[in-house]
Ligand binder design. Structure first.
Ligand code: MN
Length: 730
């Protein structure tokens, strides 16, 4: 491994490298970039105390080794200037043009992507997002060089920081390097990360290899020479290369797959590249003739390529030294596919292969991204590349920094359900980059999206969401909610019905005893639990009159007469015994009096109320703040007729309430309201709508509800219907 590379290279070394290169560079531009960088970082130092400017010059040197262009070199010199110094992006645009500014801006932005979770999927999302976000792939290359240099100099950082950066490098940046076909960079990034993440394991392997470090090179060389000599007798045009596996590669096999160093056959590997497939099989024969093949180690990936189109012959042989080594045999065509990915293979097929520098490879990928449509017919190959590199997905952040991937066109609702179904069900709005957006907002890559939820656990989606969402995941979860929500309502209704029936039959069972008394019946009715049982009653699956005699029997067995009495006088939530209840309202000093709820204000349980003694119609109950109730009773015309009333604890009755709904008029609005109400089993007395001038509609709905809490739930649900502007109780 090339870990012994000098850690810092200065501008002089950069100029030397650029002069040596076969490319021509605009040295004036690069000089100008260096001068600005040097001036801007003048007073800054790296953690190690080294002048900061040596970091950008080193990054530029790495890029020049990768044969990148002058814009990349200039951008590398300036890559930390906008982030860390007072120089602005506008100044860069004016001084160096839009393209270089874009590169710098891209690198700065990528640096801000938080990496928070170790989950495999999360890492994969970040990798894809990095590529998606950098519309100029050179941004990624500069970022890789930056990261490579930071990894080479990581020992100066605090231990925790070292581990964080190493983990991110291992999970995000090394795979990107791999995907871009820069395997030497991938190997180095992985080995540098591994050295921080498991220093002991790293050293163990290094020691094991270092013991043979002298022979290692000689060993590979001698194998190569033997092979070339023998193959040349039959095939004139042959290329042979040898390598020792990276430390990270060996680490994975020893520590993670539990193999010993001796069991790893490809620590040493030799690759033979020839012109034709026929030659490949000929070489195989020669190799097996020259060295002893190990049993079960031969693999023919030429007749059966790997899914990623990899083709080669693999065999493991053992020489007279007793050290096994792997031999890979392939054609140049296969070699390009293996080394540079499918893009290279495609390029090869088109016959535009020249010397394969990284720059060319990147040009190729760029073109691939730009001209997707033109190469649509090369379906199989291109689809692979597209799914890898083209943004068919968007990547957004949660405020905590988790990355979530969604198909293009997904909305904030899709995101909410992707986070968790509860988040979706309780969603009442969303913020994108701190600004409130509409519920059908389509998210874009890089946005930070916050889902606003309510604590109300009964809150749920509206049916209209089904038309907005893009993902089937969200759609299914919304459907599930509607199904389950009905179940909840069924449970409540079933339980109420049962208790009503109990009362009719003189059965009083305290809440806490219900499970025990009903256990037998629940089982008999083939219900899994009490809730299923209630739900079944609620939707009519169980007829109460059939099961009641049995329950009565059970009740008489388990509850003693003494208990019965005490329970009887004190039903759940009852008012004090001496108060007499008049239809749900307790009237001070008056028993058994006729009461009616006034139509002007339709009071509901828990409303602040007052009674009015009418002539001949008993007491009429008003809301305290009803416009027909005098503000000051004492000074009104007949104060003696206004009397104190209060709600009795348990209210059985239903109440009428009229809502005024103002909404942006649209077709299906009334239907949506009706469906929602009937889904909640709410009786609608009247529902009428009239258009108002401004394209809005005013709807009056008179419904039966069970109390104030119930009404509030109804109103919250109604307010979720698309287009509703306001809901007020009349
Ligand atoms: Mn940097």
């Amino acid at each position: 491994m090339s870990i012994s590379v000098p850690h810092y290279q200065d501008y002089e070394q950069l100029v030397e490298l650029l002069n040596k290169s076969s490319n021509n560079f605009n040295m004036q531009l690069i000089d100008k970039a260096y001068k600005l960088a040097e001036e801007s970082h003048k007073n800054q130092r790296r953690k190690s105390g080294i002048p900061y400017i040596l970091h950008p010059t080193s990054v530029a040197c790495i890029l020049s080794e990768w044969e990148m262009d002058e814009q990349c070199i200039a951008a590398a010199l300036l890559h930390d200037v906008v982030e860390d110094t007072p120089v602005t992006l506008d100044e860069i645009i004016r001084g160096f043009g839009k393209q270089i500014a874009n590169l710098i801006d891209g690198v700065t932005k990528l640096g801000k992507i938080p990496y928070s979770s170790r989950e495999e999927q999360q890492a994969e999302n970040i990798r894809k997002m990095l590529i998606a976000m950098s519309n100029d792939i050179r941004v990624i290359i500069i970022k890789l060089a930056d990261r490579l240099h930071n990894m080479r100099t990581i020992s100066c950082m605090e231990p925790q920081k070292q581990r964080d950066i190493s983990l991110e490098t291992m999970e995000v940046y090394a795979p990107i390097a791999h995907r871009l076909g820069i395997s030497a960079v991938k190997d180095e990034l992985q080995d540098l990360s591994l050295r921080c993440l498991d220093p002991i394991g790293y050293k163990e392997i290094e020691d094991a290899l270092a013991l043979k470090s002298d022979e290692r090179y000689e060993f590979i060389q001698s194998i190569k020479q033997k092979l070339i000599a023998r193959i040349n007798e039959f095939i004139p045009n042959v290329y042979v290369e040898g390598r020792v596996k990276s430390i990270n590669g060996i680490y994975r096999k020893t520590f993670m797959q539990g193999k010993t160093m001796e069991q790893i056959y490809d620590i040493y590997a030799v690759r033979v590249i020839v012109d034709t497939i026929n030659d490949c099989y000929n070489v195989l024969g020669i190799v097996h003739d020259l060295f002893k093949p190990l049993p079960n180690r031969f693999k023919d990936y030429i007749s059966t390529p790997k899914p990623n189109m990899y083709q080669s012959l693999h065999t493991t042989v053992i020489g007279k030294e007793g050290i096994p080594f792997e031999v890979q045999i392939r054609t140049w065509d296969m070699h390009h596919t293996a080394e540079y990915g499918i893009a290279a293979h495609w390029k090869y097929k088109l016959g535009i292969s020249k010397k394969d520098t990284m720059e060319e490879r990147l040009v190729w990928i760029r073109q691939m991204l730009e001209n997707q449509k033109e190469i649509e017919d090369a379906t199989d190959i291109v689809r692979n590349i597209k799914s890898d590199l083209v943004p068919e997905e968007v990547f957004v952040f949660t405020p905590k920094g988790d990355v979530i991937s969604l198909p293009t066109g997904a909305t904030v609702i899709d995101l909410a359900y992707a986070i968790h179904s509860e988040v979706g069900n309780r969603m009442i709005g969303a913020k994108v980059d701190q600004k409130i957006v509409s519920i059908d907002y389509k998210v874009k890559t890089g946005e930070i999206v916050e889902i606003i939820t309510t604590k109300d656990e009964h809150h749920g989606p509206t049916r209209n969401w089904l038309n907005i969402v893009k993902t089937s995941e969200a759609r299914n979860k919304i459907r599930q909610w509607f199904k389950r929500e009905k179940r909840d309502e069924n449970i409540v209704e079933g339980k109420e019905e049962l208790i009503k029936e109990f009362k009719k039959n003189g059965i009083y069972i305290p809440e806490k005893d219900l499970p025990e008394i009903l256990a037998e019946t629940v089982k008999k009715q083939r219900c899994n639990n009490l809730e299923d049982f209630y739900a079944a009653i609620g939707y009519g699956g169980i007829q109460l009159w059939r099961i009641l005699p049995k329950i009565k029997e059970e009740y008489n067995k388990k509850i003693s007469p003494k208990d019965k009495d005490s329970v009887q006088v004190l039903p759940h939530n009852a008012p004090e015994p001496k108060k007499k209840v008049n239809g749900g309202v307790y009237i001070e000093g008056i028993d058994n009096c006729l009461i009616k709820y006034s139509k002007c204000c339709n009071p509901l349980p828990n409303d602040d109320i007052i009674g009015f003694i009418t002539r001949g119609f008993g007491v009429s109950i008003h809301k305290r703040n009803c416009k027909n109730v005098p503000v000051n009773i004492e000074t009104c015309a007949d104060p003696e007729r206004w009397i104190k009333v209060s709600w009795a604890g348990e209210v059985q009755d239903s109440f009428k309430s009229t809502l005024e709904i103002i909404a942006n008029d649209r077709t299906g609005l009334l239907a949506d309201i009706t469906i929602l109400l009937s889904n909640m089993h709410i009786f609608i007395h009247s529902l009428n709508s009239r258009e108002t001038k401004n394209g809005q509609a005013t709807i009056h709905a008179t419904i039966t509800i069970k109390g104030l809490t119930h009404l509030q739930t109804v109103m919250t649900k109604l307010s979720n219907i698309n287009g509703i502007v306001s809901i007020d109780r009349l």
